[in-house]
Structures are given as structure tokens and as C-alpha cells.
Design a protein around this ligand. Structure first.
Ligand code: PA5
Length: 449
């Protein structure tokens, strides 16, 4: 079985290979610190050997829970969570789903929708309006069990579910995923008798897609969670600390990123040529942004969907400020075949493409764009993915997670905390007069005079 691969050829013109390889020892030491759990944030390193350590019992329990809900032939399954509690499942589900699944529907799996990732009143109104006419169930995911956005959405949806099905049936349609001991959600789940899965103490939100946090929703969408885990296990072995830099893709990617950063390339753009990867990039942005952006340091992670964004962001990337580099996710083989038809009149002048696969045109757009951007001063890292399936998504997830840990350690930050996220919460609670925030409320009101 092939693995995903990394190509740094189009970086060397900007940062010499020797400079990147100069990070060999640092990247290997960082990888070892992650595996030996001796570095910063070492109480949050459960994900490092998570793929290989997910027990058969836990996988079977997730599958049994999914099957129990699937026999109800649900039309909609709501995933309530924010940040690391939803982006991983959304990324995998979107990458694997028919682009028009929401309209076509499916007999095998419910439509997966998300809530608790925003506080838009319109979004919640429209979601409840949809659910009112559908047969549905939900999972509520919060590691801390106290995050406002999902708690608010769950409060509403729980009442709707209970009104629709009665308290007893509603409790069978709610799966809670939370901390083993702490948090309001744990207490509620216990009292209401919800089927509950535990997020391990030592796995932070953005590293949790391979726990029930991600696997329940992915399973409910009808995808093979064992293949996803298998891909991650194979990448775990390929990026182990015993694998030297020369063969270790995660060490090489982390080295290249840090070398580029030191040379003034402060913004990394994750590029895809398949819109199904839009939310994979959102997951990646959280992973890298929340892990590295601290202590006034860190590469700013951004993303584009090409060709769409070539017609909006292409100009900036080609000729704007030269602080960018690109990391292209290149999918080698697509699932379906569409040929460009011959047209007798050829008014659009496209007969030169007749008989070619659309994917060939897309691949040439990819190659042409990479060459243009490199010529324009944008270094280009390329990650080749043989196919967009569960197995390779599992590989990609683990690759990016471990590379993020290594990269963060090279940058000398703690990649496993997110102290900055608290600031907005404090202000929001002060503005909403949350009990216990009286002093902050007074101070913020004075500032607003
Ligand atoms: O990575 C993280 O830790 C965060 O993004 C969290 O996942 C996010 O803030 C949601 O937190 P919780 O799962 O505690 O509700």
C-alpha cells in the first residue's frame, strides 16, 4: 500500500535544502520528546500513540452505538460541538461525501448537520425548522463540558427532541462525548442516562478526531472508521521517533515550515483543487493556528480552494506581499470519470480538450499554478495523496498532527494549550453579566462609555 508523500523540490529555490536539513536534529529531538512525553504540554500527548492504542472494545462500542441509531433510519444526525469538537468529523465527512448529498439524500445514512459552532440565531432557527419535519438524533461533544456555544445549542435541541419524542426516547437519541469526570455535560449525561463516550484526559480538542469525538459522526455518516484508524496507525509507524529525518515526512515538513518561517515566509496557504477538502483545511487551520500561534510567534495558517479562489485570491498570491508559501494537497486519483465532449460548432473553442478527462484539465491547472506561483516568489510544498478515502485521510490526519507537534516544539511553544482563546470568553461573559463576572462587567461597561 502506497503512503502519502512529500515533495519539497519547489522550496529549495527559496531556502536551500541544507538550511532545511539543518533542522534535522531539532526535528528528531522534538519527535522523540513527543513520543517520550518529555516536552512542553506533555500532559496532552495521549494522541501521539492514540491510533495504535484505540482498543477493539472502544471501536466496537462506537460501531454498536452507530448501528443502534442507524436502525431508526434517521433522516438527520446533528453534531453539536465547536473547534476541535466538530472540525475533524466535518473535515472527514465532507471529504468523503457526494458533493450534493444534502440534496440527493441517502438511504444508508442520515444527513449530518452541525450546531453549536456558532451563536447565530438565524442558523439555530433554520436548523430547528428543518429538524421539526425530520426524524433525527444528535451527539453533543464538549471536552470541558462548559463551552457556551454548544451548551446553548444543546439546551434548545434537547428540548425540541424531548417535545418531539418524549423524554425516554429522546434520551436514547442523544450521545454525549465529554470528559471522564468534570463538566456540566458529564453531570447532565449521567442524570439523563445518555450513552456517554469519554474524551481521554490527555487528548486536547484539536487532536481528538480519532476518538469518539470524530468517530461517532463519521460512522453515522456511513464511513469506515476502522479504515480511517488503520491509515492513522500506518502513519504513526511511518513518523515514529525511531524513523530518521531522511525517511520521516513529519520531521521534514516541520523542518521546511520552520526554515521558511525564519526566512520571512510567515503565512502558509493550504491549497486544494477539490472543494471536498474545504473543511479539511479548516481542521488543519485550527490545528496549526491554535497550536503555534502564541508568544507572539507562529506561521499564520490560511487556505484556498482552487480553481475557485484563483479568481479571487490568485492575484494576491501571484504578486502581493512576498510573505507566503503554499502547501498543496494533491489528490492523485479521483473517484469518477467525466470526459470533455466534442462539440461540432466549437463556439467556446474547447475542442482541443475533447476526449480528455476533466481531472486531466484540473491537474494541468494545478501544475500550471504551482509553476506560476513559484515563479512569482511563493515556495511550494506538495503533499501527494493517492486517493481521497478513509485510509488516506487517516494517514493525513496523523501526519499533520505529529508534524504540528514537532513544528511547535522547534518553534519553542507549547503546541497543546490555547490560553488566548479565553480572552473573548471573559469579555462575552462580562457583557452578558454572567454571575461571578461582576468586576469584569463593571470594567468593560466603563470602557464602552
Ligand atoms: O482544541 C481545542 O482544545 C479547542 O478547539 C476545543 O476543542 C474547543 O474550544 C471546544 O472545547 P470543548 O470541547 O471543551 O467544548
Amino acid at each position: 500500500m502506497k503512503n502519502i508523500s512529500l515533495n519539497l523540490k519547489n522550496v529549495y529555490g527559496f531556502v536551500p535544502k541544507a538550511k532545511i536539513d539543518g533542522f534535522k536534529l531539532q526535528s528528531e529531538a522534538a519527535n522523540l520528546a513527543l513520543h517520550k512525553k518529555t516536552g512542553k504540554g506533555n500532559d496532552f500527548l495521549g494522541w501521539v500513540d492514540l491510533p495504535g492504542s484505540i482498543g477493539e472494545y472502544e471501536l466496537a462500542d462506537i460501531e454498536k452505538t452507530v448501528q443502534k441509531l442507524q436502525v431508526k433510519h434517521l433522516e438527520v444526525f446533528v453534531v453539536i460541538g465547536i473547534g476541535g469538537s466538530y472540525l475533524g468529523s466535518k473535515a472527514v465527512i465532507d471529504a468523503l461525501s457526494d458533493s450534493f448529498a444534502a440534496i440527493k439524500g441517502s438511504f444508508e445514512a442520515p444527513l449530518i448537520v452541525f450546531a453549536g459552532q456558532n451563536i447565530s440565531e438565524d442558523y439555530l432557527f433554520e436548523l430547528r425548522d428543518l429538524l421539526d419535519t425530520k426524524d433525527w438524533a444528535c451527539t453533543v461533544i464538549s471536552k470541558s463540558g462548559t463551552t457556551t456555544e454548544p451548551a446553548l445549542a444543546f439546551r434548545l435541541l434537547k428540548q425540541d427532541l424531548e417535545e418531539k419524542y418524549g423524554i425516554d426516547e429522546a434520551s436514547k437519541r442523544i450521545i454525549a462525548v465529554t470528559d471522564a469526570e468534570r463538566g456540566a455535560l458529564k453531570k447532565l449525561a449521567k442524570e439523563e442516562g445518555y450513552k456517554t463516550f469519554i474524551i481521554p484526559d490527555d487528548v486536547g480538542g484539536r487532536y481528538s478526531v480519532l476518538t469518539p469525538v470524530g468517530l461517532i459522526a463519521i460512522g453515522m455518516a456511513g464511513f469506515n472508521i476502522r479504515e480511517l484508524v488503520k491509515g492513522a496507525i500506518d502513519m504513526e509507524k511511518a513518523c515514529d521517533s525511531s524513523v530518521p529525518y531522511e525517511q520521516n515526512l513529519a520531521c521534514q515538513y516541520a523542518a521546511a515550515r520552520n526554515a521558511l518561517y525564519q526566512s520571512g515566509k510567515k503565512i502558509e496557504i493550504l491549497v486544494n483543487y477539490n472543494p471536498k477538502l474545504h473543511f479539511f483545511a479548516e481542521w488543519w487551520k485550527q490545528l496549526y493556528g491554535e497550536s503555534e500561534g502564541k508568544d507572539n510567534k507562529g506561521i499564520y495558517p490560511s487556505s484556498v480552494d482552487f480553481s475557485s479562489d484563483l479568481h479571487s485570491m490568485g492575484q494576491y498570491i501571484q504578486e502581493g506581499e512576498r510573505t507566503l508559501f503554499e502547501t498543496v494537497l494533491s489528490i492523485e486519483e479521483v473517484d469518477n470519470e467525466v470526459l470533455v465532449p466534442e462539440d461540432e460548432a466549437d463556439l467556446d473553442g474547447l475542442n482541443f480538450l475533447a476526449g480528455k478527462r476533466v481531472d486531466e484539465v484540473n491537474k494541468m491547472a494545478e501544475l500550471g499554478t504551482s509553476i506560476a506561483h513559484v515563479d512569482g516568489g511563493v515556495p511550494n510544498i506538495r503533499i501527494s495523496v493517492p486517493k481521497l478515502n478513509e485510509y488516506y485521510l487517516g494517514q493525513l490526519i496523523y501526519f499533520f498532527e505529529i508534524a504540528c507537534g514537532i513544528s511547535g516544539y522547534i518553534l519553542d511553544v507549547n503546541p497543546f494549550d490555547q490560553p488566548g482563546v479565553e480572552s473573548y470568553k471573559k469579555n462575552m461573559f462580562a457583557l452578558l453579566n454572567k454571575p461571578g463576572f461582576e468586576k469584569e462587567s463593571k470594567a468593560i461597561q466603563e470602557r464602552l462609555q
